[in-house]
Design a protein around this ligand. Structure first.
Ligand code: NAD
Length: 444
């Protein structure tokens, strides 16, 4: 039996954010011709000049290689980007609207524009995270503008910022929602090179595919939130959440991953996706009780660390000076959207404290967002000078084994509040720190 011949394809990617740029670059990496289009002219110019607008490990090598080999191009002109493309990916924002539901204006606006421009058969792929029923809306938006044949496919993206390139090149699974045989064949061929180890390409209808993405993110947000509640209870009953975590994680049905308690989930996806799924459920007169609780618990988890700090200083942090390690919502990214650090900064600065922060990649974005509401340090140690306490908010590897003698020398008080449980309790006792972490004994 002859195998279907896979040949390089012409692809357009609309939106070059964390998802679009990784998608475009990784699709070029296997030999496809890719044009990425964005309305942000500064960003496009930067990429045309060979500069990456985001920090994502490993992306630079692929980005430069595919530009040099002329498979990866950037433009602000949608028309020229899609003229030759067989497949058009929409990797556009779907931020929460005023009521928490996903704002589809970017996706549907682009669909309309594409409808006006196409002159031959195209597959339009929604990579953005979109609510159930969006494929029908994209189809209707295009239908209102064209009589040319096209198919709409739902292909949610599961990449994780920080390991996005690896996740795209070797996905655990690819989900493709379509009922068109023609689109199914094209998408299967496109993704073939990425699943050579045998990870599945799971074909399904559009609605199931759209819901799969929300269910996945909501499940993960629930898992984290569950552990945050276990941690809070550990503190009250004198148990150690790290032991409980290992104790339950060794059960295959639970798994070791995603069991680390902390300062609440953040980022550009979990908060908005959980909210949007609750909203979708509401619209269908279904009360998604567990997710409403997840949202509520996560809101209060964001204040757990600042609450501990305030309690330590008897409710008065006015004039206190804090060092803060970690601004990005997680390690290995410069993304600060919904980052827990921003909430902690708000709380403590509003209470009269001053903060000097260090983050390996997130400082520029925070500076652009809140300016000199806080100070920024050139390295972790210079943030510590004369500080009343050190707060750890993001678990960058760099913070895992600091020079504790230096830390002790530079801080005014040997006090650490750790929102990520980076350090061994005995080590902290030996080094003479007061050390308050999440779901574990306070030691001093
Ligand atoms: P982003 O904000 O980083 O990027 C969006 C890009 O689209 C920006 O560069 C913006 O300038 C551009 N844009 C806006 N309107 C445009 C238009 N009309 N034409 C062309 N470009 C336009 O967003 P992101 O983080 O890449 O997320 C995109 C989608 O993917 C969202 O739906 C998100 O939920 C989903 N998603 C994100 C991740 C993630 O880790 N970031 C993972 C999976 C899915």
């Amino acid at each position: 039996v002859s195998q279907p011949k896979t040949t390089s394809m012409k692809i357009a990617v609309v939106g070059t954010g964390y998802v679009g740029l990784v998608t475009g670059t990784c699709l070029a990496e296997t030999g496809n011709q890719v044009i990425c289009v964005d309305i942000n002219a500064d960003k496009v110019k930067m990429m045309q000049n060979g500069k990456l607008p985001i920090y994502e490990p490993g992306l630079d090598i692929l980005f430069h290689r595919n530009i040099a080999q002329e498979r990866l191009h950037f433009t602000t002109d949608l028309g020229s980007a899609i003229a030759e493309a067989q497949i058009i990916f929409l990797a556009l924002p779907t931020p929460p609207g005023g009521d928490g539901s996903a704002d589809l204006s970017y996706v549907l606006g682009a669909a309309k524009d594409i409808g006006k421009l196409i002159t031959d058969y195209k597959v339009i792929v929604t990579k953005s995270t979109v609510p159930v029923g969006t494929a029908d809306k994209v189809r209707a938006a295009m239908d209102s503008q064209t009589t040319v044949e096209f198919d709409v496919v739902s292909n949610p993206e599961f990449l994780r910022e920080g390991v996005a390139v690896e996740d795209f090149m070797k996905p655990d699974r690819v989900v493709i929602g379509t009922q068109s045989e023609r689109a199914r064949k094209l998408m299967g061929e496109l993704y073939g090179p990425y699943v050579r180890q045998g990870n599945p390409i799971i074909f399904m209808d559009e609605r199931s595919s759209e819901l799969t993405k929300y269910a996945a993110n909501s499940f993960l947000a629930t898992k984290i939130t569950f552990m945050n509640e276990v941690a809070n209870l550990c503190e009250l009953v004198g148990a150690d959440v790290d032991m409980v975590r290992k104790g339950i994680g060794s059960d295959d049905r639970i798994g070791r991953r995603f069991l680390f308690p902390g300062v609440g989930y953040g980022g550009s996806c979990f908060p908005k996706d959980v909210q949007a799924l609750v909203k979708s459920a509401d619209e269908n007169k279904y009360d998604f009780k567990i997710l409403n609780s997840v949202i509520e618990v996560n809101e209060s988890q964001k204040t757990v660390l600042s609450g501990k700090v305030k309690k330590y200083f008897n409710g008065d942090v006015k004039g206190k000076k804090f060092a803060l390690w970690g601004l990005a919502f997680k390690p290995e990214t410069d993304d600060i959207r919904e980052a827990p650090a921003l909430y902690i900064i708000d709380e403590l600065v509003a209470a009269g404290a001053t903060i000097t922060a260090f983050d390996p990649e997130g400082m520029n974005n925070v500076r652009n967002l809140i300016g000199n509401k806080i100070s920024y340090a050139a390295d972790p140690y210079s943030a510590l000078h004369d500080a009343d306490a050190l707060l750890i908010v993001t678990e960058w590897s760099l913070f895992r084994t600091p020079d504790f003698d230096q830390v002790a020398k530079l801080l005014k008080n040997k006090v650490i509040f750790d929102g990520r449980n980076l350090y061994d309790l005995q080590k902290m006792i030996d080094c003479g720190f007061y050390y308050n972490s999440i779901g574990r004994k306070i030691v001093s």
